[in-house]
Design a protein. Structure first.
Length: 130
């Protein structure tokens, strides 16, 4: 595709490559919530409803355990301002699974801060599993 480019921070790429070489799989951090890509305000909004059968907030997942709900707008993650969904994804992926992170969000005009423990998901690669 002409004019389309992607960038991955070199530190993140190095960690993933090392883990893939050692184990054939790479774990990455997860929030346990669907983030709306159609939200146009400042921050990243948790989806208002389930999408394609997936709940907006995974029951028992990191976001649910921290008390986050559909419609909450995350404005800060780990002390870093969140301006949009992509910024939140970058912030989540820059942390290790299991990391405890302060998350500031708005719900019905009220700002709250909770501590969230990131979950983990694995990516497998057949080429390295042999």
């Amino acid at each position: 595709s002409i004019g389309l480019g992607f960038a991955i921070p070199v530190n993140q790429a190095r960690l993933v490559a090392t883990e893939l070489i050692r184990t054939g799989k790479a774990a990455h951090s997860v929030l346990g919530a669907l983030i709306s890509t159609s939200y146009h305000g400042t921050g990243a909004q948790i989806a208002l409803a389930r999408t394609d059968g997936v709940p907006a907030v995974s029951p028992g997942g990191p976001a649910a355990q921290a008390g986050l709900r559909p419609g909450d707008v995350i404005i800060s993650f780990g002390g870093q301002q969140v301006t949009n969904a992509t910024g939140l994804l970058d912030a989540v992926r820059s942390r290790d699974p299991g990391a405890r992170v302060p998350v500031t969000f708005k719900r019905n005009g009220v700002t709250r801060t909770v501590t969230l423990t990131l979950g983990s998901a694995e990516s497998l690669t057949g080429a390295l599993r042999g």
